[in-house]
Ligand binder design. Structure first.
Ligand code: M7G
Ligand code: MG
Length: 321
């Protein structure tokens, strides 16, 4: 035996998590839970997913030489190393597919948060994807629709809508096998601070003009150019506009509001190739926020910014001729 003592979470040469670490994750997240959560592979895979998030967000973050894994790779490692799961390794592909199929059938609830003019709503951008959606998420077992909406909005935006939520005020759309219900939370001040509570789920939060969310048609070419990709947003817009037309807003319209979405929170990777991140909480005022002077090397590059409003005005001008 060498005198060198390897810590239980030290990565193997290939960056894979060592047995001790996988055992620890397995006992914490899979074995030490109520029996009812272990009764189906669908539920067990939700536990494995929590373990995976913990691994990515905490273990790898503290120990960057550990390899970042996708859920399937992580599931396979955990099944191979955990005594209670190992007997099922041969069926892992089916188990994983059943889980992903099951996930798309779980009902989803969330909120459409409107500002005081009812002209804008809050959208969140996922960590990996590039598309924007309303804050929303899957219902837990036995969770009521509105309770799930309150929880998911709080997790994804840090904003508690419980005092503003009316259980009867919602828009519901069925996508294939999935029911999506969004509660309308109207009249939220545009300087309300928002920041997600979960790590690596949300990369940006912004107010977007509802009129700009209509999917790009041949008639609104310039909007496609803003590049706003939307996920499960457009199917709610007709009902949303009809709701807005029947409810007077606390504040009159603001034609001066910027055309493009106003970002109120953004996660930032501190350096390329590193897992660490700096969360930058931006001023949520409409004016551009004042930043401390940047004097480090490469400052002209870092300070480079498109004047988006000017670009958009120029584009609109060229399309309207
Ligand atoms: P979800 O909880 O499966 O969806 O998260 P829902 O909230 O809409 O029901 C959606 C996706 O966000 C996941 O597939 C992950 O890629 C990512 N994600 C969500 N959470 C809560 C985390 C997290 O805590 N850590 C990491 N790394 N990713 C997450
Ligand atoms: Mg969720």
């Amino acid at each position: 035996m060498s005198g060198l003592h390897r810590s239980s979470s030290a990565p193997l040469k290939n960056g894979l998590p060592p047995q001790e670490l996988l055992d620890d994750l397995c006992s914490r997240f899979v074995l030490n839970v109520p029996k009812e959560d272990q009764q189906s592979f669908e539920r067990i895979l939700f536990l494995v997913e929590y373990a995976h998030w913990f691994y990515e967000d905490n273990t790898v973050e503290k120990n960057p030489s550990l390899k970042s894994l996708n859920l399937k790779e992580f599931t396979s490692l955990l099944f191979n190393s955990c005594d209670v799961l190992r007997p099922y390794v041969a069926h892992i592909d089916d188990i994983f597919k059943d889980f992903t199929d099951y996930k798309v059938r779980v009902p989803v609830t969330g909120a459409i948060i409107l500002d005081e003019t009812y002209e804008r709503c809050i959208l969140v951008k996922g960590w990996k994807g590039t598309s924007w959606s309303f804050p929303r998420g899957k219902k837990n077992k036995d969770e009521e629709d509105h309770a799930c909406a309150i929880r998911e909005v709080l997790e994804e935006t840090g904003f508690d809508v419980s005092a503003l939520l009316n259980k009867d005020e919602y828009i519901e759309v069925i996508f294939g096998q999935q029911r999506v219900r969004l509660y309308i939370i109207a009249g939220v001040k545009d300087d309300t601070p928002f920041a997600p509570l979960t790590k690596k789920e949300i990369s940006e939060i912004a107010w977007h003009r509802i009129d700009d969310l209509q999917p790009a048609t041949n008639e609104v070419i310039s909007r496609g150019i803003t590049g706003l990709k939307l996920y499960m947003v457009a199917p709610f817009l007709a009902s949303l506009k009809s709701w807005i037309s029947k409810h007077p807003s606390p504040l009159p319209p603001r034609p001066d509001l910027p055309l493009k979405g106003v970002s109120i929170w953004k996660a930032k990777n501190s350096s390329i190739g590193s897992n660490s991140m700096i969360v930058e909480s931006q001023s949520n005022k409409l004016q551009s926020d004042a930043k401390p002077p940047d004097t480090g090397p490469g400052k002209s590059f870092r300070n480079f910014r498109f004047d988006t409003a000017a670009v958009l005005r120029a584009l609109e001008g060229s399309f309207s001729t």
